[in-house]
Design a protein around this ligand. Structure first.
Ligand code: SF4
Ligand code: SF4
Length: 388
């Protein structure tokens, strides 16, 4: 439970502190409400982002509860705001004030505590970080290798996500791509920064930047859109340095070059969920769709909210570690959109989206009838011929 902000900082100073912490566009808001109309949370809960911005403008007087932690930083409202208010920056800056005062929701605080103590939000042992890779081991990166793989904590420690990691390694090996990892790899820090833990983020950024620059790698391939965003846009020490590529982009290139050939048909009606950090934040809408289109038999159908207008799964901005009532989960709302186009399988390209959509499916009692897959797993199945 968060504390009322007036116990944390004098109210009259709060707006100025938010501006100093990166939310300096907040006063441009003229309360038109376009953001609230855009925000997917408005469809499932009483969260109204316009009201939150007003509260920030008014020095947070009367703020209480956990509204501030609803935003999943999906960026939809930012793209639509007529006054170019950097809404995600304002919310993140306000969270910094809260975090500095020790006022963070319990489950999110626990994940941040895990990052602080072991370098990942899953309480995984650091020395076991890459131990999942048994079928195809993950060697330490050497400059003679094609790519440095930067592997998301969720792939490293979550058993379901590891299957996507294993499929990734099989595909890269089959295509003749040589790869290695850096042993000092830690969480990219995306959740920490968006949860207001700038102190944690800075430490992770320093560690990972040192490791990547020290490796001499020219090409870094990330397994998560969140790592892709953070390394390419939020690590100043990597600016102008190595190329940062999301793995699905690389796989598309390998298909185009004829180094991966999907042969076995997968005869399914599939809809694709754009991860916010691959779609709106990075503008990469086509790579995953091109991979799906290359697989024989796949019938790709689009949900009502797609590409630039896609709906968040609920996992970004620290949402992965926050409890929501089933009726307030965006993943449930997303499954209802899949129902509208008759798809019982949602494919995506992000470890967070996969876990959130699995959670939504379970909340709806659909574990046996509906499926969440990563486009990488589908490609791996088709390339290996395991579908026939
Ligand atoms: S869309 Fe922009 S200007 Fe309109 S209420 Fe939201 S933040 Fe304010
Ligand atoms: S970034 Fe997304 S989740 Fe956050 S307030 Fe805007 S639309 Fe809502």
């Amino acid at each position: 439970m968060t504390e009322p902000v007036e116990t944390l900082t004098p109210m009259l100073e709060a707006t100025a502190l938010v501006e100093e912490a990166g939310g300096d566009t907040v006063r441009a808001c003229y309360q038109c409400g376009t953001c609230t109309a855009s925000c997917p949370h408005g469809r499932v809960s009483d969260f109204r982002v316009r009201n939150l911005l007003r509260l920030v403008q008014m020095g947070l007087e009367g703020y209480e509860g956990e509204q501030l932690w609803r935003c999943t930083t999906c960026n939809l409202c930012v793209e639509r705001c007529p006054r170019e208010v950097e809404i995600v920056e304002v919310i993140t800056a306000t969270r910094r004030l809260m975090a500095e005062a020790g006022s963070v929701p319990g489950t999110l605080a626990a994940a941040m505590g895990s990052i602080a103590s072991v370098g990942n939000p899953w309480s995984g042992e650091p020395e076991q970080r890459h131990a999942w890779a048994k079928e195809i081991p993950l060697p330490a990166y050497e400059p003679s290798m094609d790519v440095l793989l930067f592997i998301c904590c969720t792939v490293n420690y979550d058993p379901r996500s590891r299957q996507v990691g294993e499929a990734t390694l099989r595909l890269l090996k089959r295509a003749g791509v040589t790869f290695g990892v850096m042993r000092e790899e830690q969480c990219c820090g995306e959740s920490a920064r968006k949860a207001g833990r700038e102190d944690l983020f800075q430490g992770l950024c320093e560690n990972n930047t040192r490791g990547i620059v020290g490796s001499g790698a020219k090409r870094v391939v990330t397994t998560s859109p969140h790592c892709h965003h953070t390394l390419s846009k939020e690590y100043p020490g990597l600016a102008g340095g190595p190329e940062i590529v999301h793995v699905v982009t690389l796989l598309r290139q390998l298909i185009d070059a004829g180094r991966l050939v999907p042969r076995a048909p997968i005869r399914k009606k599939i809809t694709y969920h754009d991860p916010c950090y691959l779609g709106r934040h990075a503008g990469l809408y086509d790579d995953a769709r091109a991979v799906l289109a290359a697989i024989p038999g796949v019938e790709l159908v689009e949900m009502r909210s797609n590409r630039e207008n896609s709906m968040c799964c609920g996992g970004g901005g620290g949402g992965m570690w926050l409890d929501r009532k089933p009726e307030e989960r965006l993943s449930v709302a997303r499954w209802k959109q899949a129902d509208e186009v008759g798809a019982q399988t949602i494919a995506t390209a992000c470890p967070y989206c996969e876990l959130m959509l699995e959670d939504g499916k379970s909340a709806m009692g659909r574990d046996e009838t509906h499926f969440v897959v990563d486009v990488i797993q589908l490609l791996d199945e088709s390339v290996r011929g395991t579908t026939e």
